[in-house]
Design a binder for this molecule. Structure first.
Ligand code: TMP
Ligand code: ASP
Length: 240
């Protein structure tokens, strides 16, 4: 599959057309941003890790019956994916309180939630991705009721599969963000699953001690050891 013109450049990826109108090529960068692009940096090697890890996760989820955009990995940084129309929602699943949830509701980070939660943010950089509820989604025609139901069911199913998967690697899945796309009237999982988009805590340490983050919080919060955290996740996954 050959790369044609660049269609889009985001904060962490570039997207190129291919000769097939149904497919695009994504190319993962080492660029890192936080707080809607206010904080900028580089995480050396991140593009390679996120590309390979995301592909690995998507293939794992496909085996569990979740349709995804994944088609074929081309190289260390490049992958062919289905050309989807992104549903403009960031879908966040949480198992343990952290980040904006802890701030918003005054719950200490590391508090286990009575059950997993879902929330949607409206994907709009100018508005800083505001939290949005289902009725607002319908009122603004961002997605249909059927699509939101499908996305919700898929997101919780993905959470169950990922929680179990990471537990084996001695990692607790605290929360994560998903994006979905429309591909020929089917909703498929799109974007990426990586330490940029998930909170991974070293398992079984944070009941008694401060948690150890193996994710982008090390960059967001200036904790140091950013590259090492990404490399550690990658190593545990055992991806070549
Ligand atoms: P939050 O606690 O800051 O709302 O983040 C929840 C999860 O979503 C966390 O795993 C990080 C991820 N996330 C993204 O992938 N992109 C974003 O722009 C934000 C704000 C969070
Ligand atoms: N998507 C956010 C930004 O670009 C980064 C994050 O906090 O994950 O600033």
């Amino acid at each position: 599959m050959e790369k044609k013109e660049q269609l889009y450049e985001g904060k962490a990826k570039k997207v190129y057309a291919t000769e097939n109108p149904d497919y695009v090529i994504v190319s993962y960068k080492d660029d890192a941003t936080a707080f809607n692009g206010q904080k900028k940096g580089t995480i050396v090697g991140k593009g390679v890790i996120n590309n390979k890890m995301s592909n690995y996760m998507m293939q794992m989820l496909e085996k569990k019956g979740i349709p995804t955009h994944f088609v074929e990995q081309l190289s260390d940084r490049e992958t062919v994916v289905k050309k989807v129309q992104i549903v403009p929602l960031e879908v966040i699943i949480r198992n343990v309180a952290a980040g904006s949830f802890s701030k918003r509701y005054g719950v200490a980070e590391g508090t286990k939630l009575a059950e997993p939660t879902i929330e949607f943010s409206y994907k709009c950089d100018e508005l800083n991705d505001p939290l949005i509820n289902n009725y607002h989604v319908f009122a603004l025609n961002l997605a249909t009721k059927e699509e939101v139901a499908t996305i919700t069911n898929m997101a919780f199913a993905i959470n169950e599969a990922m929680k179990e998967f990471f537990k084996e690697l001695k990692i607790d899945l605290i929360d994560f963000k998903l994006e979905f796309g429309r591909f020929h009237d089917q909703i498929v999982l799109a974007d990426e699953i990586s330490p940029d988009t998930c909170r991974f805590w070293e398992a079984d340490t944070w009941d008694t001690t401060k948690h150890v983050s193996l994710d982008k919080d090390r960059f967001r919060r200036d904790l140091g050891g950013v590259e090492d955290a990404y490399a550690e996740i990658f190593k545990r996954l055992g991806i070549k």
